[in-house]
Design a binder for this molecule. Structure first.
Ligand SMILES: [Zn+2]
Length: 68
């Protein structure tokens, strides 16, 4: 069984809320992040996280996005 560890929420990037944008990409609203329940952190299996340059844990989903 995987060990779970707290990591920065990949959906809201730790903010606890997500921006809602219109079709032009303009911010029109904010919403509580449904993935972390506005906590800014989620528990993930440790093998799905990496340590970022600030020493925090992030989902490897974000790492893959950054690498293009
Ligand atoms: Zn979140």
């Amino acid at each position: 069984m995987s060990k779970l560890i707290n990591a920065i929420c990949p959906r809201c990037e730790g903010n606890g809320f997500i921006r809602v944008t219109d079709l032009l990409g303009e911010d029109i609203d904010q919403a509580d992040c449904p993935q972390c329940d506005s906590q800014g952190e989620v528990e993930l299996p440790i093998e799905l996280t990496f340590v970022n340059s600030d020493g925090g844990r992030e989902s490897i989903i974000k790492q893959e996005e950054k690498n293009g």
